[in-house]
Design a protein around this ligand. Sequence first.
Ligand SMILES: [Zn+2]
Length: 1042
Amino acid sequence: MNPMGTVNPGSGNIHQRPPAPSLASSSQSSTPFLSSGPMVGSEASAFRPLAPNAPQTKRSSSSSVSVFESEVSGFKPTQTGVSNDPSMLTLPSSYPPPPAGPFQHFPSPQFSSTAQLSFQGLSAPGQPVYSSPVRPPAGQVPSPPVSLYQQPQIRSVPMGSIPQTISNVPPGMNFPPSSLDSSFPTPRPNLQPAFPSYPSNPYNAVTQPSPVQSSHFVSRQGDYGPPPTGTSSPFLAHQGGYVPPPPVAAPPGVYSREQMQHQGSGPPIGAAPGLIEDFSSLYLASVPGSIDPQIDFKALPRPLDDDLEIKNLADVYPLNCDSRYLRFTTSGIPNSQSLASRWHLPLGAIVCPLAETPDGNEVPVVNFAPTGIIRCRKCRAYVNPYVTFMDGGRKWRCNICAFLNDVPGDYFAHLDASGRRVDWNERPELKKGSVEFTAPSEYMVRPPMPPLYFFLIDVSVLAVRSGMLEVVAQTIKSCLDRLPGFPRTQIGFITFDSTIHFYNMKSSLTQPQMLVISDLDDIFVPLPDDLLVNLSESRGVVDAFLDSLSFMFQENVNVESAFGPALKAAYMVMAKLGGKLLIFQNTLPSLGVGRLRMRGDDPLVYGTEKEHALRIPEDPFYKQMAADCTKCQIAVNVYAFSDKYTDIASLGTLAKYTGGQVYFYPSFHAAIHKEKLRHELARDLTRGTAWEAVMRIRCSKGVRFTSYHGNFMLRSTDLLALPAVDCDKAYAMQLSLEETLLTTQTVYFQVALLCTSSSGERRIRVHTAAVPVVADLGEMYRQADNGAIVSLLCRLAIEKTLNYKLEEARNLVQQRIVKALREYRNLYAVQHRVVGQMIYPESLKFLPLYGLALCKSMPLRGGYADVQLDERCAAGHTMMAIPVKRLLKLLYPHLVRVDGFLIKANSKADQFNISRLPLTAESLDSKGLYIYDDGFRFIIWFGRMLSPDIVMNLLGEDCAADFSRVVLSKHDSEMSRKLMAILTKLRESDTSYYQQWHLVRQDEQPREGILFLTNLVEDTVGNMNGYMDWILQIHRQVQQNA
Ligand SMILES: [Zn+2]
């Protein structure tokens, strides 16, 4: 490709442009969809434009553009792309290589003396305008904001130069030299005073277990002797240096552990044999003849097998949609409010409307044209397997609302003797719980939008030096052929540092033109028609741009970030169509609207009423931008890279309310993290995506959804606006009973996602499920879905951290579990004399452990020193959006031992199937090599006494080096190849994220503690409870008032 980082010095790249004539016209117009967004069809019928946030601009793109072109003569030539007019922005079609750095081609006098263009009137109706905070009420057309733009400045800068602007801040300002001086990737410095009580060598006292390759934990059964009296954990001896922690969220006045155990002393009385199916139990009482507690730690339940999906509902209702799309916290809906109130756990559903399906299970597409989609006239539910046909096939009864509908003539079919339509077998909508209807034109108010990807990229010095810019440019380029929606796909770019750089990508050009705007107060969009282009038409220009992008800015020393103004600019470019906005942000926004400041570095705030404010945006700009984006069908994905505070709490808001996603790469260095970024960005760009979507979930009379949790904005009480949606997003909702008593036997639920496919079809994806109504609390518990409960509980707890202290969010988790188990105990304890035992339904045997893991997860863990603020917020954003299975793995990661496999002759990575180990230091053998995999990263733990031969084979010359600086790569040895193959295999089990590896050596402190040991959720670490203490604490609380 042409080296665009060069400039032909003789070509006069900077042109002064004549002032544009002032625009007298104040014609007002509005687009057909901006006022309400493309909310279409009857799914959108309930959509109410948000009055306080009425659209800021109303414009008719066609009429306004003509105004723009005819009246702003100074601008017109640039839209033609012709290159001889001195008044236009132009680039030579080819550049010789530069003799030196690009700056010399742009002597500053050129800048200071030129490019001061007065564009009064450029903000005429054609110009998307971000208006003042005072917004007109919906329906009113704002007067043209001409006066807002008295003196905007625009500069044209040929590609290949660094936009040097007058407002440039002197190099070095706000610039962290230390992090840049080192060319070697440095370990993350950001975990602040970590675990003060962490011992330097917690393993001094560890009895080395024998190296057993698999099921190591189980093989050591019996090794656990009674713990020393008075210790708080049988493992305390192994954790010598840990300060015995106060219990997590212990309520005042609780018993000591000894008190508690004696309270329940007496011989353990097992459940009667016939009750096994009713509940499971743990013996928590003292055994006869011993004062010491005999808690069988090994017997505590652990999810070490693949998580079992709840399938029992599918047995009863085989026509239900698959649980990957829709699952309930219990598949037994309580028949009364009083029963529901005794459930205590969240009652609701998790919806993943576009969940990935195994091959061969694709959702069938049904086209009802010309009949029209069959829907209930009363409740607007879609025809589904549970509707009943009657009256010889002329009527159908809606399963949701019981209304009797007419069958349209075109859809009529006779019924057979059993009352089933004779064409039943050819009707996917009557046979399958999941179906996709082709939506006719009444479901759209504009033609289906094309897939649109817009990139807003930080090119400040940190973005360049971390290697982020180069990796992003390369990855986008490598994905261009795989972007969904060819040949309609649209693409565009803005880059920014202290100024905003637009790129004209018009297909008639051979090179993109760069336009720089440095007036951050009056953002406007130059060339509104050529900043967003059809990818296939402008492919050559886009390729040229991406090839030169990192080159162009490689000498950039700008340390500022005009992120807010740049975001507004991107919004203006995209507002007409919508689409996906991918933001790559490396520097805390420092200039213009939306600038942010350092927060969260005051430890004294933690534990006070002000603590939660750190986890929400300080500046309303971000939430307002998110609301504006949603209205214009823009979904925002935030990629944040920084080795310093970057305020994910504020940036993440953009993703939260637009159906987007937050990706966080703290202390990004391309040398170490590029594969992760490449993989995750590529997936983001190429995964199946639905556009301009809304989702609603209907349910039978008597129940209703009361709250929704995830990344979206509510358009009305029950309509979720999802500018973009993909297979990696799940949404949670809570349910309540509207009536005191349900009289029906079954409650029906129907998810309807109205969206535009990447191929440009308007579609409605419908998932329908029937759930039985139960009158018995025991049945509710039997039908409980641990994964759905944990997922919903997780979202409630994270939301709680946005308004309350972390401790209160943890309390919420604990109290819900305690209340549920207490209620359950009350069902059985007296009757079956299970004094001294902890009993729980089999379906919820892992709930306490996941509850503990949740309390120890990044969003909820500890306090100030335990998790860096940005990481906490980023993890919270992630956990609010991911599907159930991924969440469970993140909460209780997989731990496997691999050294035996590596040295075993003839073992092949594809045969690697080693059982998982409990997440406790007790599982670790200092002669072993372990992989910890939470779906987002690998931690590879090298035991202190691991064979040097293995270490040498895996790391080569690096084996003695500081592990924080070792790059794991394939070495020329069988073991190395096997290890890499194992990692690849583990990654392939779920490709939504890329597990970045971290190497940790045993006893390497504090790194081992921070990275690895704190994540062993069963252990007591710092002031966080271990599994056994947690169980005892819950048991004690369950027994109170039992
Ligand atoms: Zn109905």
